[in-house]
Design a protein around this ligand. Structure first.
Ligand code: UDX
Ligand code: ADP
Length: 468
């Protein structure tokens, strides 16, 4: 018998829960979806009539919200009621790396997952399918099942729960496209009826050949493995970017040449300031933790190197900037273009901009930061220094609303995010208003050196042989 899903509740209205539920609501008008969150401001922002105030920026998301909100998509803080009404519950809460205690810096803090499981155990009625959406350590489904069973036992109730793993592979900035046209949909679990119920939802817009069924642990581990492999490709090409600079090769040419080999493929070979985002580092650290737990230290050391190269790449860029500016950036104005971890998102989690800016601030620089979507508060939270705050042990930073103010009298511009609009900036004007000798550090290689040839400024592009 196929279980008909009529009501879905998604716990967590963040970068995963929000866009995922928006696309499901758009493709399945017959299903009512409520996205709940403990964060009242976040829910208010999701409900704001001004769509530019949505809590996350994602191309195409606003149009879907406009179509579906108050039709079959709702954002609410009423967690109890939404859980009670749902046939299926997605868990999309935050799963950050633990900051202290056992496994600090590696293991995932499951506090929010556990709280969600307890809420589900308490409020759900009848048969409920629980779907793990957040990236989770392997065997978390087991933890969720244990919690649900013990809540059930304590309450002497006879609710029936089925736990599935259905990891999200969306990439921020292209989340809507990825959700509408995924490479695959992975469903891990044992309960065939529950698997089919979830599959049925996806079949509203995805071909059956793209749905892959595995056991629970394979599904959970596949997500960690996919992210680790992707991150490893970035560290590999970033490692080569340093060698290209040293030897006079060009990393973009090398990437193109190797990418044409079908066995390698051309995607995820763009050298840059290092990977950021909420998943890659967290997932690799988690993989390292699991490997060590099973005594597989060689395996964990292998993955540790991927993270080490990433950190090194960021420091390498800061150090290059300082060396080029005569060995000091103390009290020098530097314009920073881009603070989000990649283009087309306002997400700053693990952004390479954090480490690069921190290094430069520690050297006393005055940073003038411009990003089209990131707010001043976000930068403050990431750098842990208030806007324009004068501390005696480091430089200061200023939030700029336009790129010209960030460039005026600056000794250097550092491009950290590959926002498209940066390519269209008037680089001639920028170069004229900077203090000479000036530098542009293009860590994403988005500028065409030919366009800047006649300008008075020096250009350094990551992974290419630059004049020093
Ligand atoms: C990633 C995975 O791609 C996605 O499947 C998973 O669900 C969540 O984690 P995301 O972090 O949103 O998605 O973005 P992604 O496009 O993977 O980029 C991650 C980081 O790698 C960014 O900082 C990006 O700038 C960097 N990157 C990516 C490169 O430096 N070079 C590349 O070629 C690709
Ligand atoms: P992700 O990138 O994985 O979506 P986010 O941090 O953007 O992560 O979103 C996770 C959301 O989950 C946050 O808005 C947070 O407030 C919410 N959340 C965490 N725990 C709970 C809970 N027990 N009930 C409801 N919402 C929760």
């Amino acid at each position: 018998m196929i279980y008909k899903i009529r009501k879905i509740c998604c716990i967590g209205a963040g970068y995963v829960g929000g866009p995922t539920m928006a696309v499901i609501a758009d493709k399945c008008p017959q299903i009512d979806i409520t996205v709940v969150d403990i964060n009242k401001e976040r829910i208010e922002a999701w409900n704001d009539s001004d769509l530019s105030k949505l809590p996350i920026y994602e191309p195409g998301l606003d149009e879907i919200i406009k179509r579906c909100r108050n039709r079959n998509l709702e954002f609410s803080t009423n967690i109890k009621e939404s859980i009670a009404k749902a046939d299926m519950i997605f868990i999309s809460v935050n799963t950050p790396t633990k900051k202290k205690g056992f496994g600090a810096g590696q293991a995932v803090d499951l506090k929010w997952v556990e709280a969600s499981a307890r809420q589900v155990g308490e409020y759900a009625r009848g048969k409920t399918i629980i779907v793990e959406k957040s990236t989770l350590p392997v065997r978390t489904a087991e933890t969720i099942k244990n919690i649900l069973q013990s809540v059930n036992k304590n309450n002497k109730s006879s609710k029936y729960f089925s736990v599935l793993s259905n990891p999200e592979f969306l990439s921020e900035g292209t989340a809507i496209k990825d959700l509408e046209n995924p490479d695959r949909v992975l469903i891990g679990g044992e309960d065939i009826e529950a698997i089919e119920a979830l599959e049925e939802i996806y079949l509203n817009w995805i071909d059956k050949s793209k749905v892959l069924r595995t056991n629970l642990w394979s599904s959970e581990l596949s997500k960690l493995t996919a992210n680790a492999f992707l991150a490893q490709r970035i560290s590999s090409i970033n490692a080569m970017s340093a060698l290209c600079e040293a030897t006079g090769a060009n990393v973009n040419e090398v990437a193109e040449a190797i990418g044409l080999d079908k066995r390698i493929g051309k995607n995820f070979l763009k050298a840059g300031p290092g990977f950021g985002g909420s998943c890659f580092k967290k997932d690799i650290m988690n993989l390292i933790y699991i490997c060590n737990l099973y005594g597989l230290h060689e395996v964990s050391n292998y993955w540790q190197k991927v993270v080490d190269i990433n950190n090194w790449q960021q420091h390498r860029i800061s150090s290059k900037i300082i060396r080029s500016l005569f060995g000091t950036v103390n009290e020098k104005k530097l314009g920073i273009y881009g603070f989000s971890f990649k283009a087309n998102t306002n997400d700053t989690r693990e952004s390479p901009a954090i480490q690069i800016c921190t290094d430069l601030l520690e050297e006393g620089a005055n940073l003038h930061i411009y990003d089209p979507k990131v707010t001043s508060i976000q930068i403050q939270n990431e750098l842990k220094i208030k806007h324009s705050e004068n501390l005696d042990y480091c430089g200061k930073w200023t939030y700029e609303k336009n790129y010209i103010d960030a460039a005026k009298d600056a000794d250097a511009i550092v491009i950290i995010t590959e926002w498209d609009e940066f390519k269209r900036f008037n680089w001639h004007e920028i170069s004229n208003i900077m203090r000479s000798p000036s530098w542009i550090f293009d860590t994403r290689c988005i500028l065409d050196p030919k366009d800047l040839e006649k300008l008075s400024t020096n250009l350094w592009q990551l992974g290419t042989s630059n004049k020093d």
